[in-house]
Design a protein around this ligand. Structure first.
Ligand code: ADP
Length: 397
């Protein structure tokens, strides 16, 4: 059974075709600049050379047409025809309160995803475009929606209601949702395997540290609390997002700088975080390179490290015990120095890293010292495989 996994952004489309019998990627690619001049698709079938095709793509439907023709191309494709694609799994950012699990897409599901556009105006519209394009071009192939928010629907009320008048929860569903759920769920299952325990018996603090970052407290395999909120802007300082702020700063800056809501949102989502602090880059590799002789680059790294530590500390206080801390995503999987300094700062909780074990990138491994109070793991995330597994489970039923 081959599953196509689709992740649509406003001007991009990432895809992987996965053979589920072997859990093996057959082909993958990325389309960029959809609807903008200079659209391009980079496609790679495993074992063959990567191809780059520059062609104008006015919308996601045109992009998907090129993806499907690349996948079936005689020379650089992965399958003979579209009949070899059995199902499509779509990443959908915001499921709101309507979805605590992945679902097979039908008209009712589309309506619910559309209803969530109001609370996810930046994220759900491109996901919807991807689903519509697939439904048109692959009429008889089942489509599944896998939501970033679904894993967090187990959060108790006390962790998702904000200190606002309750009527705004009732009227507009303003509450914490939590994101990166597919990744937190994936590493939770992997951590349970490494701990040799059933997943519904593990308590974890999972740290997804990438361009966007979030930390989740997992109790008995379920999300209990998470750092992202109503949108993926809350929580840790990120590549370009503010993370937590005193909310009063928002109205203050809007007045002082004469910003409208859209401009303020853009500032908080695209120009802030470690990029805004450092003035150098949102990329942690650039910051690590610049930090030696650039105070603000070092400051950005210090603030990020301190943010991560505070959330880990808070979730130690939330959970009644912790079996393991997990680091995942770009920074969590690859930054040896960031992991070391986060754990060093937590030594008063008895946490200890083993420098030799920590000297790895992108590999699932325990990195804690033998006498650490809690085990610490690096687990590379694989959101595409998780989406494919959920799609398989639903379409096989
Ligand atoms: P996203 O999927 O949200 O775009 P990723 O999980 O791919 O993000 O993470 C991207 C981040 O990971 C970038 O900031 C990048 O600098 C960082 N990263 C990747 N490799 C390394 C490395 N070797 N050392 C430090 N940071 C790294």
């Amino acid at each position: 059974m081959n599953i196509l996994v689709i992740n649509c952004g406003s001007s991009s489309l990432k895809y992987q075709l996965i053979d589920m019998a072997k859990e093996e990627v057959l082909a993958k690619g990325l389309v960029e600049r959809i609807g903008i001049e200079g659209s391009v698709i980079k496609h790679e079938t495993m074992g063959k050379e990567e191809v780059k095709i520059q062609e104008e793509m006015k919308d996601h439907k045109r992009a998907l047409e090129l993806v499907l023709s690349s996948l079936t191309n005689k020379d650089y494709g992965a399958v003979e025809s579209l009949d070899a694609i059995d199902a499509v799994g779509h990443r959908v950012v915001h499921g709101g309160e309507a979805f605590a699990d992945s679902v097979i897409i039908n008209d009712e599901v589309m309506k619910a995803i559309n209803d969530n556009v109001e609370i996810a105006p930046l994220h759900n519209p491109p996901n919807i475009m991807g689903i519509e394009a697939c439904s048109e071009l692959m009429k008889d192939v089942p489509q599944v929606a896998v939501f970033d928010t679904a894993f967090h629907q187990t959060m108790p009320e006390k962790n998702y209601i904000y200190g606002l008048p309750y009527e705004y929860y009732e009227k507009y569903k303003v509450r914490r949702y939590g994101f990166h759920g597919t990744s937190h769920k994936y590493v939770t299952e992997k951590a349970a395997e490494l701990l040799n325990k059933p997943v519904n018996e593990v308590n974890l603090i999972t740290c997804h540290l990438g361009n966007g970052s979030s930390i989740t407290a997992v109790e008995n395999g379920k999300s209990m609390d998470s750092s992202m909120g109503f949108t993926p802007l809350e929580g840790l300082v990120m590549g370009t997002r503010t993370g937590n702020l005193d909310p009063a700063i928002i109205t203050f800056l809007m007045e002082k700088e004469n910003l409208n809501p859209e401009e303020m949102s853009n500032l908080m989502n695209k120009k802030s975080g470690v990029l805004g602090i450092s003035g150098v880059s949102s990329d942690f590799r650039d910051l690590e390179d610049a930090a030696k002789d650039n105070h603000r680059a070092q400051l950005a790294l210090d603030i990020f490290e301190s943010n991560v530590r505070k959330f880990i500390g808070a979730y130690f206080a939330t959970l009644d015990h912790v079996d393991a801390i997990v680091f995942t995503a770009g920074v969590g999987e690859n930054s040896i120095s960031m992991r070391a300094s986060i754990v060093e700062g937590l030594k008063n909780l008895g946490l200890k890293i083993d420098d030799k074990r920590n000297d790895i990138r992108g590999k699932a491994q325990e990195i804690s010292a033998g006498d650490s109070s809690v085990k610490i793991f690096v687990i590379p995330t694989n959101e595409e495989l998780m989406i494919a597994k959920e799609t398989l489970a639903l379409t096989q039923k």
